[in-house]
Design a protein around this ligand. Structure first.
Ligand SMILES: [Zn+2]
Ligand SMILES: [Zn+2]
Length: 664
C-alpha cells in the first residue's frame, strides 16, 4: 500500500509517514488530515517514499486527502523546504506558516473553495499614463533592455522620486506578456492606498491583496486564486511571499530596507530575502526599491551582485526638503519643543499648512516615579517600566501589555506627588494643543490607530486638511502623502545615536529620511527641523545633504572594521526560562556542544542576558554565532542544532534560532 510522508505542524524536525490506499504522485503537495497522537492534525504531503522509515504494518492510514484543491506546485514546495532548511525550522511549521489557515484545515469542501469564474480579460491599461521624468524613463529603459530571466535590481530613489510608477510600468509589461506579478509592501497600513492605485491602473486585472489582518476565508480565497493562476497581481505584506504563482513573471519589493519584512516570532524569516531566492528559483527579475536601501542590499549593489538603478530627482517639481539642525543645548525646551520649532509651527499655521512632530515614543511619559521614596512604575513581569498613558488613564507595559490604573499616590510611601518623567506622543500632543489653542492637533500612533478602520479614518481626516498639527511615531514615517504638510519636527532622535545595537544608526537614518520625505511632497517646499544635543554628529550631516551614499560609506566602513554584517553572517540562539540561570546554563551547554565541531570558520560568543532580560515573567539570554561565509554558518547550524535538539533541556525552558537576526 502506498505511503505518504506528511509535514505536520509540530515542533519536530522530521516528516511523518502514513498509509494512503489510493495515493498517487499527484497527491504530493496536497493537504491531508491524519491521526496524530491522541487526536488529529492537518498537514501537507511532501513525498511518496518508495519505502517507509518504519514497518508499514505499524503505520496508521490517513483520514482524508483534500483533492478538491489543486496540489501545491513543486516550486512552492521547494520554497517552503528552503525556508525550513535556511531558518532551521521544523518542516511542518514552515508549511503552517506558508499556507493560509483555512486551506490547511483539509476538511471537505466549503464555500470558499468554489473557484471564481475566470473571464477573459483585457490585460492592457486603459487610463492615461503620467508623463515619465527623464530619470524614470532611464530606469525603465535599463530594466527593459536587460536579458530575460533572473536579474536582481536595487532601485534607490529618494522619497517622491516616483518608484511606484516604475513598479506599475514593469507590472504592465509582465501582465501584457501573460505573467503574474508579486508585489510586497512592508505595512498593512500601506496596502489600501497602493491597492487603489494598482486597481485604477489595471482595472481589468485580477488583483489579490494578502495580509495578516484579512479574515481567514478571504486569505484562503486569495491564495487559491493565485494558485489557480487567476490572480494577475498579488499585493501583500511579508506572508504574501508564500503565495503560489504558476505564471510568476516579476517580483517587486517596496521599501526593501523595512524591518517588518523580517518576522520576529516563530520562524524568523525575511520575506525580502526569500523573495530574492524565489526570483532566482523561478528565473524572473526582482526589483528591490527604497529611498534608503538596507546596507546589506547596498553592499550587494556595490560589489555587483545586484544592479543599481537610481532615481535622484523628485517626480513632482518640488525639491527635497531643507534639513536643519536645532542645537537643544542652546535653548530652553517647552515640553521638548524648542523656540525655533515653535516658531516654525506657528508660521505653518498662519499659511494654512500642516506640521508633523515626529517622536518615536508612544504614551504620555515613559515612567511614573515618586521623588520621595524612589518608587518607579516597573512592570512586575518585565525588566522595563510601565508607560503612563493619560489618554485612557493606565500604566501600560509596552513589552508584555500588562496594565493597571494610574495610582493616585505612591504605592510604597503614599506620597501624593508622583510625577511622570520624560515624554511620549500624548504629552507632546497635550502641550501643542495648549500652545496653539486655535489649531487642531491629531496624534497618530499605535494607540490612536488601534484598528485598520481607525487608522484609515485618521489618515483620511489628515488628507482632507482636518488637522493642522500631527504628532506621530514611525507609523507616520511611511508612505503617506499629504500635500499640505510642509514641516517635520523631529524630537528625541539622539537616543538611537548611542544605542548598543549596531543597526541603530542605520534605522535612525532610514527613519529620518522617510519622515523627512513627508515634508513638501506637492508644490509647497518642505522643511525638516531636527532637535539634537549632538549637532556635529556625522549622521545628521549626511541627512542635511540628503547624502545616503556618504552615510552608507561611513557605516559600512565601521561595520567592516568590526566585522559586522554584511561583512559577516550571524545567527542567534535565544533561550528563555523562569530563571535567568536556567537560560544561561542551557546556552552554555549548547556552546559546549560545539567543541568537537568548532571549525575555525565559525565564532561563538558567550551567552549574555538579553537587553530586555525579563519579558512576561520569563528571563531571556542569547548566544551570538558569527561566520565570514553564509555556507560555513549554515553547515555549522545544521550539525549543531541536531545536538541541541538532543540536549536534555529543562521542561520549562524554550529556545529558538534566529538566522540573519535584525536585532542583536
Ligand atoms: Zn514613594
Ligand atoms: Zn511587562
Amino acid at each position: 500500500m502506498p505511503v505518504v510522508s506528511v509535514a505536520v505542524p509540530v515542533p519536530l524536525p522530521q516528516l511523518f509517514d502514513y498509509l494512503a490506499e489510493d495515493a498517487t504522485a499527484a497527491d504530493v503537495g496536497r493537504c491531508v488530515r491524519v491521526p496524530f497522537g491522541r487526536g488529529e492534525k492537518s498537514g501537507l504531503i511532501l513525498a511518496l517514499p518508495e519505502a517507509a522509515g518504519i514497518d508499514p504494518a505499524r503505520l496508521k492510514p490517513v483520514i482524508h486527502i483534500q483533492r478538491n484543491v489543486p496540489s501545491l506546485p513543486p516550486d512552492w514546495m521547494a520554497l517552503v523546504e528552503f525556508t525550513a532548511r535556511y531558518y532551521h525550522a521544523p518542516p511542518g511549521e514552515a508549511v503552517a506558516l506558508a499556507l493560509p489557515p483555512g486551506l490547511l484545515q483539509a476538511k471537505p469542501a466549503r464555500a470558499w473553495l468554489a473557484a471564481c469564474a475566470i473571464e477573459p480579460r483585457e490585460r492592457h491599461h486603459t487610463c492615461a499614463l503620467p508623463t515619465l521624468t527623464a530619470g524614470q524613463a532611464d530606469v525603465l529603459a535599463a530594466c527593459r533592455a536587460a536579458q530575460a530571466g533572473f536579474v536582481p535590481w536595487l532601485l534607490a530613489g529618494v522619497t517622491g522620486s516616483g518608484k511606484t510608477e516604475i513598479y506599475l510600468r514593469l507590472a504592465a509589461d509582465t501582465l501584457a506578456a501573460g505573467g503574474q506579478v508579486l508585489m510586497l509592501v512592508p505595512e498593512i497600513a500601506l496596502t489600501p492606498q497602493l491597492e487603489e492605485r494598482v486597481r485604477t491602473r489595471f482595472p481589468a486585472a485580477c488583483i489579490v491583496s494578502l495580509h495578516s489582518e484579512l479574515a481567514t476565508g478571504a486569505r484562503a480565497r486569495g491564495f487559491r486564486q493565485a494558485l489557480d493562476g487567476q490572480a494577475d497581481i498579488v499585493l501583500g505584506t511579508r506572508l504574501a511571499v508564500f503565495t503560489p504563482l504558476p505564471r510568476l513573471g516579476l517580483i517587486l519589493i517596496d521599501e526593501e530596507h523595512d524591518a517588518s519584512y523580517k518576522q520576529q516570532e516563530g520562524i524568523r524569516y525575511s520575506a525580502r530575502d526569500l523573495a530574492v531566492w524565489r526570483a532566482h528559483q523561478r528565473n524572473v527579475p526582482v526589483i528591490l526599491g527604497s529611498a534608503t536601501p538596507s546596507l546589506e542590499s547596498w553592499r550587494h549593489a556595490q560589489n555587483g551582485h545586484y544592479r543599481l538603478l537610481r532615481l535622484p530627482a523628485r517626480a513632482l517639481s518640488s525639491t527635497l526638503p531643507a534639513v536643519r539642525i536645532i542645537d537643544t543645548r542652546r535653548c530652553r525646551l517647552d515640553e521638548g519643543i524648542s523656540p525655533p520649532l515653535h516658531e516654525a509651527i506657528a508660521a505653518r499655521l498662519e499659511r494654512g499648512e500642516q506640521s508633523l512632530i515626529f517622536l518615536n515614543r508612544r504614551g504620555y511619559a515613559p515612567v511614573l516615579a515618586c521623588l520621595a521614596c524612589g518608587w518607579v512604575s516597573r512592570c512586575p513581569h518585565c525588566s522595563a517600566n510601565r508607560v503612563v498613558h493619560l489618554a485612557d488613564k493606565r500604566l501600560r507595559c509596552h513589552h508584555c501589555g500588562a496594565d493597571s490604573p494610574i495610582p493616585r499616590a505612591c504605592p510604597v510611601c503614599s506620597n501624593q506627588d508622583i510625577q511622570p518623567f520624560g515624554r511620549g506622543t500624548q504629552r507632546v500632543e497635550t502641550r501643542l494643543a495648549e500652545l496653539f489653542p486655535a489649531a487642531r492637533v491629531l496624534r497618530i500612533d499605535r494607540d490612536a490607530a488601534r484598528t485598520p478602520a481607525r487608522r484609515e479614518s485618521l489618515l483620511a481626516s489628515i488628507a482632507a486638511g482636518e488637522a493642522n498639527i500631527l504628532v506621530g511615531t514611525q507609523m507616520m514615517a511611511k508612505g503617506h502623502d499629504f500635500p499640505r504638510l510642509t514641516l517635520v519636527g523631529v524630537l528625541g532622535a539622539d537616543a538611537s545615536l548611542h544605542a548598543a545595537d549596531f543597526r541603530a544608526p542605520e534605522r535612525l537614518f532610514q527613519q529620518l529620511m522617510q519622515v523627512g520625505g513627508r515634508a513638501g511632497r506637492a508644490e509647497l517646499p518642505g522643511e525638516v527641523l531636527i532637535q539634537t544635543e549632538y549637532p556635529a554628529h556625522p549622521l545628521y550631516h549626511c541627512l542635511i545633504r540628503h547624502d545616503f551614499d556618504a552615510f552608507a560609506r561611513m557605516e559600512l566602513d565601521q561595520r567592516l572594521a568590526a566585522n559586522f554584517p554584511p561583512f559577516s553572517r550571524q545567527a542567534i540562539l535565544r533561550a528563555d526560562a523562569p530563571e535567568l540561570a536556567a537560560a544561561v546554563d542551557f546556552l552554555r551547554r549548547a556552546k559546549g556542544e560545539t567543541i568537537p565541531l568548532a571549525a575555525s570558520k565559525v565564532r561563538l560568543f558567550d551567552p549574555v542576558p538579553m537587553r530586555v532580560t525579563r519579558l512576561a515573567r520569563r528571563e531571556r539570554a542569547q548566544l551570538l554565532i558569527e561566520a565570514d561565509q553564509r555556507t560555513a554558518l549554515q553547515d555549522f547550524l545544521t550539525r549543531w542544532l541536531e545536538r541541541i535538539h538532543a540536549l536534555n533541556a529543562p521542561r520549562e525552558l524554550r529556545w529558538q534560532i534566529d538566522v540573519d537576526p535584525l536585532e542583536v
